[in-house]
Design a protein around this ligand. Sequence first.
Ligand SMILES: NC(=O)c1ccc[n+]([C@@H]2O[C@H](COP(=O)([O-])OP(=O)(O)OC[C@H]3O[C@@H](n4cnc5c(N)ncnc54)[C@H](OP(=O)(O)O)[C@@H]3O)[C@@H](O)[C@H]2O)c1
Length: 221
Amino acid sequence: MTTTSIASMNIAVLGSGVVGQVLADGFLKHGHTVRRGSRDAAKLADWAAAAGARASAGTFADTAAWADLVVLAVKGSAAETVLDQTGPANLAGKVVIDATNPIADAPPDHGVLRYFTAANESLMERLQARVAAARFVKAFSCVGNAFMVNPQFEGGPPTMFICGDDADAKRVVTSLLDAFGWATEDMGTVHAARAIEPLCQLWCLPGMTGKGWRHAFKMLR
Ligand SMILES: NC(=O)c1ccc[n+]([C@@H]2O[C@H](COP(=O)([O-])OP(=O)(O)OC[C@H]3O[C@@H](n4cnc5c(N)ncnc54)[C@H](OP(=O)(O)O)[C@@H]3O)[C@@H](O)[C@H]2O)c1
């Protein structure tokens, strides 16, 4: 069994979008060293220059090769392609936090985001099957980017639902989520992504129907 250290890690954040930026800034804030990845590293040069000595940018492949842990924060429909571009060997054995959602290009229907996956499958299952040697953990997919790092709600810490097949990987991700101010609920194996990924549809629905975007989920018992 692999036991991964969680002190100060080299974290690759694959994604030049807002989620990549928020998570990269969050990991820097919490003492890690961060390299962001893109097909075109030049588009991240300004971010890297402004973010300080522990920040850098590169391609998907060289960013992942350098890292102890990888965060996948790319467009859901491109996620499998990005794994191919990253190179399975650069992900082998590593914890891969999967923040993606399988959002289709078609517009929402009555405020409900359309997915390109069916109900009895998930994007993370496809990703785990594509790179079997990586240790995927679903996280950050069920909340808007404004609340991913140290969210403040009157009701206390919200719940981050995670899943994945590797217990050590989920322990590492739970520790990172502890620092980010989340209460973590481990929902089980990679198959649980079938239930976690649709939480993005539910999270977005109030926003899509005019009820605002300031909320998060909390598990009560
Ligand atoms: N926005 C939110 O608040 C939120 C919340 C939870 C989860 N998520 C999920 O987080 C992920 C990232 O969201 P985002 O809004 O930050 O960014 P995004 O626009 O969904 O994705 C941008 C990233 O996808 C890559 N990409 C797009 N098309 C590609 C292609 N054909 N081939 C290779 N790479 C491609 C881009 O690569 P380049 O850098 O090379 O351009 C870029 O790094 C999504 O899966 C989203 O569903 C979003």
